[in-house]
Design a protein around this ligand. Structure first.
Ligand code: ADP
Ligand code: MG
Length: 360
């Protein structure tokens, strides 16, 4: 899905390469943390994936395209498949929440009907329906990042790139955003996140790629953050500790829901197998679809449910009032993804996999 082959990136006027001989491959559905000190090359990697920049040597392939040979005029189409969010949100300050999410769709020529359906769905998915008419400055930092995530998701991207998405948020809000990203990944979207948040990385136990001075020094399937001595400590250790505990609870909740889905699937498989036995015993025809859903082309070590993760109750969407990191409750965005009809937006449908430009 994303492949770096011996990628070196040298910026003009610099002596040391920002990236040097970087090699990795990310599979569909993975959640990957990109870690490393400031200046180690994380953002450079993400910019290459977005084709905002090209490598000095080596090859970057995304969604089956060699980005070197992707014509400039096709780049906007290509980028529709990749959502991106950043530390500084990058919202348009004079546009409403709705307009911010609708904007790229309008620019890229989506139909009015599609926009009117897709924008509210994306906002509901991130727990922001009811705030469509707000201006960015009327929102909290966490809410602004949710708008940015809604904007990133509205185009049904298969990949979500997040460059230090919690970097400007307090620990409790960061947990919410982290949980939202985990949920988006659980819905099938590949997520690549550059971060300094050692607590999240340690708790999530997902794949970790570590860069050091532009070189890849680690690629671990279930990794932790590693050496944290270089991370600037902006908040007291006890608050970070509370955030880490909250993050664990959040992640466990997502894992629990994923496990619930697996159990449902196992029960379904058993039921189908019973049916098949019964059908075999009877001389009649075999049912055509007598097989349990099986994940396609996903690595064995990632848990990728085919169905969207569904929150237990369709309830409040307004975020809770944060009293402080210690008492901040973990509240899932109460959004039934299936009900909203956004399964395909989350990359659950395989239909447009290869479509990058109108003529390709
Ligand atoms: P990170 O995101 O891990 O902090 P970056 O990818 O932003 O790292 O930067 C990697 C290295 O490349 C740094 O030394 C940085 O100064 C340099 N760099 C990044 N962007 C540019 C640029 N546009 N021009 C020159 N040097 C750059
Ligand atoms: Mg960076």
């Amino acid at each position: 899905m994303i492949r770096f082959e011996n990628v070196t990136k040298r910026y003009r006027g610099t002596s040391k390469p920002a990236l040097s001989g970087v090699d990795f491959e990310v599979q569909r559905g993975e959640f990957v943390f990109l870690v490393g000190a400031s200046g180690s090359g994380k953002s450079s990697c993400l910019r290459l994936i977005l084709r905002e920049d090209v490598p000095t040597s080596g090859r970057v392939a995304v969604l089956g395209r060699d980005l070197r040979s992707l014509a400039n005029r096709k780049v906007p189409y290509f980028r529709r498949h990749i959502g991106s969010v950043f530390q500084d949100f990058r919202l348009l300050p004079s546009k409403t929440v709705y307009q911010n999410v609708a904007f790229t769709l309008q620019v890229t020529g989506s139909s009015r009907g599609f926009i009117q359906q897709a924008v509210p769905e994306a906002l509901a998915l991130v727990g922001l329906d009811g705030k469509q008419k707000r201006m960015p400055h009327e929102l909290s930092g966490g809410e602004q990042q949710r708008v940015a995530i809604a904007r990133a998701l509205v185009n049904r991207p298969q990949v979500l790139l997040a460059d230090e998405p919690t970097g400007n948020l307090d620990p409790a809000t960061s947990v919410d955003i982290m949980q939202l990203l985990a949920r988006i990944n659980a819905g099938g979207t590949t997520v690549l996140m550059a971060t300094h948040e050692a607590g999240f990385v340690d708790q999530m136990q997902r794949r970790v790629i570590e860069l050091n001075d532009g070189e890849m020094v680690r690629d671990e399937v279930h990794g932790g953050y590693g050496d944290t001595s270089n991370i600037p400590r902006l908040v007291p250790a006890e608050v970070r500790g509370a955030a880490a505990v909250a993050a664990l609870t959040a992640v466990q909740e997502v894992q629990r829901q994923t496990a619930d889905l697996s159990m449902v699937r196992a029960a379904l498989a058993e039921e189908l197998s019973e049916q098949r036995k019964a059908a075999a015993a009877a001389p009649a025809h075999e049912p055509a679809s007598a097989s349990a859903p099986v994940a396609e082309s996903t690595p064995a070590d990632t848990v990728v449910p085919l169905e969207p993760v569904v929150a237990p109750d369709p309830a409040p969407v307004d975020p809770p009032v944060a009293v402080g990191p210690r008492t901040h409750p973990i509240v899932l965005p109460q959004v039934d993804v299936a009900e909203l009809g956004v399964a395909d937006r989350l990359g659950l449908s395989d239909g447009d996999d290869e479509e990058v430009g109108p003529t390709s």
